[in-house]
Design a protein around this ligand. Structure first.
Ligand SMILES: Cc1ncc(COP(=O)(O)O)c(C=O)c1O
Length: 404
């Protein structure tokens, strides 16, 4: 550790601790030769999209891996969410977290369905089922819950509420590929689940996603809606859209699947290293994963308690950024504080106290195959140093920026 005094911190003019930028969500890449061989193949075949052989194979592999009956590969999770919402016939109001990526809310609002933002359980960061029940009105048609950080929602209570009130239940599983709940892979719960294979996710197809369901009827509908609603040549039977996954994306997916265990192993190793190194840093709590389940360990997330650190999450983040450690706030400031929802529901925050608190506390750290063990050590040393000098760092930054 090269930082001896405050002036050694890059934010005060010292040398950045890392020469290269360390990112959250730097893409994992499978075997390059395998990928290039597949790309060559598809070029030779001149079959680039429209349910090509790689997409077909990719869907079969995913169904097998997740133990789910149907898997429909899509161009991204946002479109996958929108199609599934429509295929389920959701209308009116749908209960969803504000502590999620904006795409969850947009997928509803895009089709004039009101996202009713619901508070979270501060322990799990997922929808609090008691708050869900309190928000049900005669206009409510469904629940769209996110498995935040890949940690499963309170699935059983949500199923109970949905059944009791005759609501559709679906999951935004964008973070949760490779994770399990009660020994079953995520992908099997609710009416359907939607994964993201965006480049920043644990497993990627450049851009992409998948919808999974055990319902034959729903799967058939979603499949057609993903391809404009075509049921055959010259015959359209639903309002569809272009949600198809391309062959190069599926080639990337097939290649990544071959390295999935390695991606998890690297993430888990980094997670454990962070956990050990940060265990005794006051005011820092790392989110935990249920070891008895399968996890992808893609998110190394700290909750910063500034009453103990004497420096805010945002200033810790600024200090890290100056060192080339690009830690990230997550879901800040909450969907309800972004447009158009901020204007639609200016008082939504009053019903979201836990969401509001969490948005101020969360800091996500670099991990994945783009990060080395020594990078993790360096990041932990920096966090420890900044927090050990929390009050002074905070004061010095404030005096430099003229902030009160
Ligand atoms: C929780 C959540 N939902 C939805 C999405 C949207 O996924 P995509 O980028 O594949 O559309 C993301 C990430 O991008 C996400 O994190």
């Amino acid at each position: 550790m090269t930082k001896q005094s405050l002036n050694d911190l890059a934010i005060f003019g010292g040398q950045p601790a890392s020469e290269t930028q360390l990112h959250v969500g730097r893409p994992n890449i499978g075997n390059r030769q395998q990928l290039l061989a597949r790309i060559n193949d598809l070029l030779d075949r001149r079959w680039f999209t429209n349910n090509g052989p790689y997409v077909h194979e990719f869907e079969s592999r995913l169904s097998e891996l997740l133990g789910v009956k149907h898997c429909i590969a899509v161009c991204n999770a946002t479109i996958g969410l929108a199609i599934t919402i429509r295929a389920l016939g959701m209308t009116g109001e749908v209960i969803t977290p504000s502590f999620t990526f904006i795409a969850t809310a947009h997928a509803l609002q895009w089709q004039e369905i009101t996202p009713v933002f619901c508070d979270i359980d501060p322990q799990t960061h997922n929808l609090d089922p008691r708050c869900v029940a309190a928000l049900i009105t005669p206009r409510t048609t469904g629940i769209l819950a996110t498995h935040v950080w890949g940690r499963p929602c309170a699935i059983e209570p949500l199923i109970e509420i949905a059944q009791h009130h005759n609501l559709k239940l679906m999951f935004d599983a964008a973070h949760a590929f490779g994770c399990s709940y009660a020994g079953h892979m995520i992908g099997n719960f609710g009416e359907a689940e939607v994964f993201s294979f965006h480049a920043t996710k644990f497993f990627n197809t450049f851009e992409g996603g998948a919808v999974t369901t055990n319902s034959d009827e729903l799967a058939a509908k979603i499949r057609l809606m993903t391809n404009f609603g075509f049921s055959g040549y010259d015959r359209v039977i639903y309002l569809g859209v272009n949600g198809k996954m391309s062959e190069p994306a599926a080639a990337m997916g097939l290649t990544g699947l071959e390295c999935l265990d390695e991606f998890v192993a690297v993430n888990r190793r980094h997670y454990k290293r962070y956990e050990e190194a940060l265990a005794d840093v006051p005011g820092v709590r790392m989110i935990q994963y249920e070891e008895a389940e399968r996890n992808n360990y893609q998110y190394v997330v700290l909750e910063i308690d500034e009453t103990a650190t004497h420096i805010t999450r945002d200033l810790i983040s600024s200090a890290l950024h100056a060192e080339n450690v690009l830690a990230r706030r997550y879901f800040y400031p909450g969907c309800h504080r972004m447009e158009p929802y901020r204007s639609y529901f200016p008082h939504a925050g009053l019903l979201l106290p836990e969401t509001e608190k969490l948005c101020q506390r969360v800091l996500s750290l670099p991990t994945g195959t783009g990060v080395e063990a020594q990078d993790v050590d360096l990041i932990c040393d920096l966090i420890r140093f900044v927090i050990e000098h929390g009050a002074e760092v905070s004061q010095k930054i404030s005096s430099l920026t003229g902030a009160g």
